[in-house]
Design a protein around this ligand. Structure first.
Ligand code: GDP
Ligand code: MN
Length: 378
């Protein structure tokens, strides 16, 4: 789950990271009011869950409350990479002397969190990583010990931070680490962390991604979830406990088990097709869950064939078959469906599905070939 900039910065602030004064507004009139209260120049920032808002014109400076209102009106009517802007953050504007990148994520290969910093902040860090990898300083963190002062110091030295900022940088780095670990985040990032004209160190941008598997122990964070910013299909999927990720292909996949779902997507690609989604209906899925999955897949207009790949273990093939029938009854799919059922109650499952017009397959390769052929013939 991604948090908005204003939410991330509020959390960072609780951990001792300095942030600009400011508030979020849903209307241009509110934005004007906030600008009035702050006095002086403000920056109006679209709150959407994508990066590169600056480049997209979603971040603008305003000199007066009047101008703040005008800019807010304009930004609130924008769409950034397909996401409508529903809120803007109105922050005291900072005079930027230097932009620094500071972030923490998990380094899977090293099996620990890693703090990364760069003196080339502000721009997209992925770009720096590609063109100037030596400009990114990395320090791995022992999760039991946490980020140590000497490590924060080494980072400060590594990015050539002037010595008079070291003390505050240490506080910011350790605060960011504590926010990361306390919130069960998979990403906590400040880009840019800036040195201002009057020589302060302050977090101008903030981004956090919370591990969905840990959300159950953070009801307060879960309340920050912005349903507006999520695809309706993903909201529906979460309601039914399905793991669903929308992709750009044409073959809808319904599979039980994440590993099997990935294998299914791979084999579709191997035979020249493109999966429309990743969907794991999970172990022991009943008919209602299968029906929900079917609705979600068919709601995607790109889908022109469906591949149902079920390996019955805890999940019973006859239950899945009943769910498929129920869903077909409800949504009346017009696309061809290829079904491969193996394992517990597979025979019963096949019998149930006999009445429906489905393409059956014996092996996974056979199923994938048939699904790709069906998809391409349309
Ligand atoms: P992003 O583009 O979505 O990452 O949004 P950011 O919050 O990082 O803003 C992008 C850029 O806008 C920053 O790198 C700054 O150069 C600029 N910016 C943001 N806030 C301010 C501000 O208060 N004053 C000035 N002068 N520039 C700002
Ligand atoms: Mn940024």
């Amino acid at each position: 789950m991604k948090l908005h900039e204003y939410q991330s910065k509020q959390i960072f602030s609780k951990y001792g990271v300095p942030i600009p004064k400011g508030r979020v507004a849903a209307t241009a009139a509110d934005a004007r009011q906030i600008a009035q209260e702050l006095g002086g120049r403000v920056v109006i920032k679209s709150q959407v869950l994508v990066g590169g808002r600056g480049k997209a014109g979603g971040i603008k400076l305003a000199k007066t409350p009047q101008e703040a209102e005008e800019i807010a009106t304009q930004i609130l009517s924008m769409e950034i990479r397909g996401l409508p802007v529903r809120k803007v953050l109105v922050d005291e504007a900072a005079e930027i002397k230097k932009e620094i990148y500071l972030g923490i994520t998990n380094d899977r290969a090293a099996r620990r969190p890693v703090m990364m910093a760069s003196s080339a902040g502000g721009v997209e860090i992925e770009e720096v990583a590609r063109t100037n990898p030596e400009k990114i300083i990395k320090v791995h963190i022992n999760p039991q010990l946490g980020l140590k002062d000497f490590q924060a110091r080494n980072i400060a030295i590594g990015i050539d931070l002037p010595r008079d900022h070291w003390k505050l940088f240490n506080q910011i780095a350790i605060g960011l680490w504590r926010a990361f670990i306390d919130c069960d985040a998979t990403l906590a990032e400040i880009n840019p962390l800036v040195i201002t004209g009057d020589n302060r160190l302050i977090a101008l941008d903030g981004k956090m991604v919370i591990d969905d598997n840990a959300i159950f122990r953070h009801p307060d964070l879960n309340e920050m979830r912005d349903l507006d910013a999520e695809a309706p299909s993903e909201i529906e999927a979460r309601k039914y406990g399905l793991s669903f990720i929308k992709l750009d292909g044409t073959i809808g996949c319904m599979v039980n088990g994440a590993g099997l779902a990935m294998t299914t997507m791979d084999i579709i690609k191997l035979f020249g097709g493109e999966p429309a989604n990743f969907l794991d209906i999970g172990g022991g899925a009943g008919a209602d869950k299968v029906a929900a999955a079917m609705r979600i897949i068919l709601a995607d207009p790109n889908v022109n064939a469906i591949l149902l790949n079920i390996f019955g273990g805890i999940t019973r093939c006859d239950e899945v078959a009943r769910g498929v029938l129920a869903a077909m009854d409800e949504v009346k799919p017009k696309v061809p469906m290829v079904v491969r059922l193996v394992g517990t109650n597979a025979e019963e499952g096949r019998q149930i599905l006999e009445s429906a017009k489905l393409i059956t397959a014996e092996t996974l390769a056979d199923a994938a070939l048939k699904a790709v052929a069906a998809s391409k013939s349309r």
